[in-house]
Design a binder for this molecule. Sequence first.
Ligand code: SAM
Length: 504
Amino acid sequence: MTFESPPALMVGWCLSNAAVTVVGGGVVAERRVHALLQADARVKLIAPTLSNTLQQLAHTRRVHWRGRRAKPEDIVGQRALVVAIDDSIAARHLASLARDQGVLVHVADDPEWCDFVFPAVYQEGDLTIGVASNGRAPALAARLRDHLARALPPGAAAAVTRFGELRDNVRRAWPGKQQMQRRMTWLTKVAKAMSWAELATLPKERNGAPNPLRITDVDPDLPVRSEREGSVTLVGAGPGDPDLLTVAAHRAVRDADLVLADRLVSPEILSLVQGRLFVARKLPGAADHAQAELEDLMVEGAQRGLRVVRLKNGDPMVFGRAGEELDRLTHAGIPATVVPGVSSVLAAPGLAALPLTQRGISQRIVISPGHAANDGPLSVPRFEPKTTFVFLMAVRNLPRLLQALLEQGFPGEAPAALLSDASLPNSQTIQAPVQSLLEAARDHQVCPPAVLVIGDVVLALANQKSNQPSHSESMNRHQETPFLGSPTDSSSQRDLFPRKAMVS
Ligand SMILES: C[S@@+](CC[C@H](N)C(=O)[O-])C[C@H]1O[C@@H](n2cnc3c(N)ncnc32)[C@H](O)[C@@H]1O
């Protein structure tokens, strides 16, 4: 590889049980031998003398050592030759003999005589990260490798392994070449949508493999209480902080035999459950399946005489599919009640001290979803002055949503705020005019769940100096999949408003 050479193609070379000769007994040879052994190669080591570490490896027969100088026959039948000796003429001579026989060569510190390079590697389980510098700055590559390894999200390696199992399972569920596109699309969505913690702990089937089509952790052996009539209560869990549960919700959750919770319900609230608990896992493209499964379980639980609580984030009647569930219960002849909850529509602005209506500024509120079901066409409200617009489920779809709003007549300079993780320790408030909100959200790595508020009422935020008090210090909620990265700051309220927007 010469100075001007193009970058090497990074590939993973499968060397399990392949014969590789390493010539040299010093520190460099030592590193190469370690890398080769990690790949499970059969290493023949040729050197009159060895470093202490290499002596150990020879002693324990992890490498086959010949205590002499290399000969041409050492190359015959090898998959690769690695030369790490000081005598560059002898090294090139060996490499040239090897190339003549079609053996790939690597001469340390001699890029021209390298058919392959050894990147600086970080390895954990099935995860391998390699950093290569085109043979020009190996020391820096190693430093970068360490930097990247430290920056890995916790559970990354476990997530890789579980995702591999999930992929095998998807192949079995949707086999054949004709379903390849479907498999790839689904897996790509899951990889983007789930947090690292969720990926690292994907639920497993009895056969030990995560199943993409079985989304809920459902226990089929529900108890039966034939002495009484079962019931279902749709309960609002509020935005996350247990302090924002109503007294009725708290009682219903505590007294339930079976709680069927949505994914967004916080662990602190789930820890109040004393009966059985199932948490829905609405994976991308499988939300309808998960919903149907939850509804089946809700009906089945009630028919077995259980007090079933369907626990939903915020208020159950706001974007919570409560209507469908009530219909299903009516058809099944099961009595249902609803315990309203504190909706994020109100809680997020409230906790940020952002009034949704204000005399002379805004006299009505329009609440809309920020995305379209099943990635269909997005329908957004038209802009109206003196109105506050609240969008839920907007973060992942933010670029498309903001574009659609501008097309519907929203002024680019309209004040907007993204209120994420309201009532939770990572809560964050980002303000920017509509036209620069996307950039601000990216800069601050805003994560779902978040409420987007647009309207002149947001200007009130810009005038506030202090942070909101943080809620529920003990809460340690699972981390949502980040919007273009991981959250770095917590409990912060930033004023991103350019001056001209503040006075507009
Ligand atoms: C499926 S909707 C359910 C809304 C819920 N029924 C309610 O009344 O808040 C989920 C959306 O609610 C919003 N949301 C829920 N919890 C939130 C929180 N703690 N902070 C900010 N937004 C939240 C987000 O927009 C999220 O995408």
